[in-house]
Design a protein around this ligand. Structure first.
Ligand code: ZN
Length: 233
């Protein structure tokens, strides 16, 4: 009889219940070995697929409070994402990622500076992330403010970081104001590209890791109307 009980216990423990299909996912964080086995291209594919799930509304249901406890022991995330502070760009959500999955740095206009570069070097060189993703978004208020030369407190100096993208499009024929959405999108894309170039130029660590194929530096644009992310490579 006890043999039967043990057998039943094993069967019950290993048979997926019907409820399991809809139960919230309690992801444990990646282990160092699992993280090391991933390639930058695999991580990019995961991010793309996560965004497809977000767009189609088939996102993974997660038990965050259970995940928090699992994640407390350490972290080996897959990517570091630089995004704008815009409240309409929930970074983990748009990639359908949970706790312990990605590092996120946020600053208005998603440009890099010494602190952001240091954070990216920590995320990759120290913590093993495989992708550095610079993600701009459509209708960015910081980009519009830079285009229009807004001045207010510390915002004035902050916007000088986006100014090179505006200046690089001085040959644009149309209306060069923040109310011209075509021009705003062009500056937004240019700002992502210049930020990627600056990252490579100002961080020898990241540049070398990319040259050796250990990481990829990638750009992307998020569309708030559709939820879609367009990768710029
Ligand atoms: Zn923005």
């Amino acid at each position: 009889m006890w043999k039967y009980s043990i057998l039943m216990a094993i069967v019950l423990a290993t048979t997926p219940s019907l409820a399991q299909d809809t139960a919230p996912l309690v992801n444990r964080v990646l282990t160092a070995e699992e993280q090391a086995a991933l390639t930058p291209d695999e991580v990019l594919r995961m991010l793309r697929e996560g965004n497809q799930r977000f767009v189609s509304g088939t996102v993974t249901s997660r038990d965050h409070s259970a995940q928090v406890r699992h994640a407390a022991e350490g972290q080996f995330p897959k990517a570091v994402i630089l995004s704008c502070v815009d409240s309409r760009v929930p970074v983990e959500d748009v990639f359908d990622r949970g706790i312990g999955d990605v590092f996120v740095a946020r600053i208005a206009g998603n440009f890099e500076n010494t602190d952001i570069l240091g954070s990216m070097e920590f995320a990759t060189k120290v913590s093993g992330a495989k992708v550095v993703l610079v993600m701009g978004h459509k209708d960015c208020g910081a980009v519009k403010a830079a285009i229009d030369g807004a001045e207010l407190g510390n915002i004035t100096e902050m916007l000088t970081n986006i100014q090179p993208a505006v200046d690089s499009l001085s040959g644009y024929d149309g209306d060069k104001t923040g109310s011209n959405s075509e021009f705003v999108q062009m500056v937004t894309k240019k700002n992502v590209q210049l930020t990627m170039a600056d990252i490579r130029e100002r961080s020898p660590i990241l540049k070398e890791m990319e040259a050796k194929g250990k990481i990829r530096v990638v750009g992307a644009l998020y569309d708030m109307k559709t939820g879609k992310i367009e990768f710029l490579d």
